[in-house]
Ligand binder design. Structure first.
Ligand SMILES: CC(C)(COP(=O)(O)OP(=O)(O)OC[C@H]1O[C@@H](n2cnc3c(N)ncnc32)[C@H](O)[C@@H]1OP(=O)(O)O)[C@@H](O)C(=O)NCCC(=O)NCCS
Length: 162
């Protein structure tokens, strides 16, 4: 597997991953009926942001991440990032590799810290992965996410210095 910057030509391979995650509606605060055009606007970053893809040995895009400033202006030295791995490729280290690549890229780009604003408390895989990568839950907005199976659950803010 290789992780590289995404180009516009990768979007047709990225969209099915994004689409499946938003339709499932259990991990992101994106509209569950998000259309492809809005999905592309949200996911494909332009400078100073960057979108990455994880590509397997057969050249298939199996995961993607985006990185950019969490806030504008005086808040722009803290990064934000988002991650999605194709359902059939999960549990094999793609998410961890993307997480490590994004942390390395954020350091290179001069960010001082990284913050995730809305990690669904019930998303055990994500909370475990971000904790393993050095993030801490610094607060939880109670009942802020309407989970399709678990009802109202918290949204964690997770943070780490770089
Ligand atoms: C969260 C996500 C990116 C993880 O990607 P992945 O490729 O499955 O993760 P990895 O195989 O690299 O697993 C890394 C770690 O995650 C944790 N993890 C992964 N799947 C898990 C599961 N089902 N239950 C608990 N922990 C799990 C483990 O701590 C694992 O540690 P290890 O490396 O010591 O085995 C992926 O599940 C995904 O895309 N989910 C849908 C979208 C999403 O939730 N994005 C993140 C929003 S904050």
């Amino acid at each position: 597997m290789r992780i590289r910057e995404a180009t516009g030509a990768d979007w047709p391979a990225i969209w099915p991953i994004v689409e499946a995650v938003v339709r499932a509606g259990d991990t992101y605060t994106y509209p569950r009926d998000l259309d492809e055009t809005f999905g592309q606007t949200l996911w494909m970053q332009s400078s100073p942001g960057v979108t990455l893809v994880a590509v397997d040995d057969d050249g298939r895009v199996v995961g993607t991440a985006k990185l950019g400033p969490n806030q504008m202006g005086p808040g722009s030295h803290v990064a934000n990032a988002s991650f999605m791995v194709a359902a059939e490729a999960r549990g094999r280290g793609v998410g961890r590799a993307l997480g490590e690549a994004v942390l390395a890229r954020a350091r290179e780009d001069g960010y001082r810290a990284m913050q995730f604003n809305a990690v669904v408390e019930a998303n055990k895989a994500a909370v475990a992965l971000w904790t393993a990568l050095g993030f801490e839950v610094i607060g939880t907005a109670p009942e802020a996410f309407d989970h399709p199976r678990e009802g109202l659950v918290g949204l964690h803010i997770m943070y780490r210095g770089l």
